[in-house]
Write a protein that binds this ligand. Structure first.
Ligand SMILES: Nc1ncnc2c1ncn2[C@@H]1O[C@H](COP(=O)(O)OP(=O)(O)OP(=O)(O)O)[C@@H](O)[C@H]1O
Ligand SMILES: [Mg+2]
Length: 319
């Protein structure tokens, strides 16, 4: 079997997306009509893996699904997308996790039943080879169990010692503690959104928070929704202010598709500005359909946009 370019470790679950423009959910057994509802591939790790596979990388996924219809659905969809499932575990005792996303255009509420999402264990990491891929990305760190989070820094260290690189997208911390312990010191690329970065960097000022986290020696690319992204890569500050014009449907998983674009650029040896442009293009194009994966671009589709995305080089200065 040829070596994987990318192994994504984390959450694998379906999303139910309910689009309800102008509807406020009401209890008291009230029935309300909404615009649409669909069952799609979700989970930050699964969306990132699918996005990178669509961009042409050899991608594997390390996660857990239940022995149920939803787990089966995820495995079928991921296989169709070309994601290698040799490191995916089926847990016979835990139901597949699921998120219900109430979408109101540019805002959403998310209700998540953890199920197998938090079933990834230290044993799952121990079972991985020292170099499971050229690069290992961990997603949704705060949805994982304490036991898993405790050993993730050592696992990242083991992969790096064997020559792999690492990245992290924590996503939101439902407990809002924002503790990252020793993990950033073993991380090559950190991929938060702006709210997550300022919480983790313990500063409301974006530039200061970037400085704080990059003291750990990692590159940082920060997602800013419709305002694009900023990055600090090898000491160079870069910024994209304008995203490609697409017909926006929802931003579910846009950050995960951004990660896929960024990591694909990096693994192809593209320069930092091109990596950031690829990330913004992949994130933005993913907003053109319901859920995270349906409009993830191919490499050719990303290339069509490359010349129209302007990357500002701010040198060593602030964004
Ligand atoms: N409303 C939007 N219009 C245009 N582009 C968007 C929009 N929202 C997100 N994007 C694109 O997607 C990228 C990542 O989006 P976002 O900031 O929503 O990440 P996130 O908060 O991590 O998302 P996720 O919900 O996947 O965790 C942005 O950098 C941008 O390129
Ligand atoms: Mg995110």
């Amino acid at each position: 079997m040829s070596e994987l370019d990318l192994l994504v470790v984390g959450d694998v679950n379906p999303d139910v997306i309910v689009t309800a423009l102008g509807v406020q959910p009401e209890f008291g057994q009230v029935e309300q009509l909404v615009d649409s509802a669909s069952l799609v591939m979700g989970g930050s790790a699964a969306i990132t893996a699918a996005g990178a596979a669509r961009l042409g990388l050899r991608v594997g996924l390390c996660g857990v699904v239940g022995d149920d219809d939803l787990g089966q659905l995820m495995m079928v969809r991921l296989t169709e997308t070309g994601v290698d499932l040799r490191h995916l575990r089926v847990d016979a005792y835990t139901p597949t996790g699921m998120s219900v996303i109430l979408n109101r255009g540019d805002d959403r509420a998310v209700l998540t039943a953890s199920g197998t999402i938090s079933a990834l264990s230290p044993d799952d990491l121990d079972a991985l080879p020292d170099r499971p891929a050229r690069h290992v990305h961990a997603a949704s760190y705060y949805l994982m169990s304490d036991a898993f989070r405790d050993v993730l820094p050592a696992a990242f260290g083991r992969f790096r010692s064997a020559g792999a690189t690492t990245s992290l997208d924590t996503n939101w911390d439902p407990h809002e503690r924002w503790d990252l312990s020793a993990l950033l010191a073993e991380t090559d690329v950190f991929l938060p959104n702006e709210a997550e970065l300022t919480a983790i960097g313990r500063s409301p000022i974006l530039d200061r928070a970037i400085e704080v986290v990059s003291e750990n020696g990692c590159d940082v690319a920060v997602k800013r929704g419709p305002q694009g992204a900023v990055a600090q890569i090898a000491g160079q500050r870069l910024r994209v202010l304008r995203t490609p014009p697409v017909d926006f449907v929802d931003a579910v998983g846009a950050g995960d598709s951004f990660d896929a674009g960024f990591l694909t650029g990096r693994l192809l040896g593209r320069d930092p500005g091109q990596c950031l442009a690829m990330a913004v293009i992949a994130g933005t194009l993913s907003t053109a359909s319901t859920g995270g994966t349906d409009s993830q671009p191919t490499a050719d589709e990303v290339e069509l946009w490359m010349s129209s995305v302007k990357v500002d080089d701010l040198g060593g200065g602030p964004a």
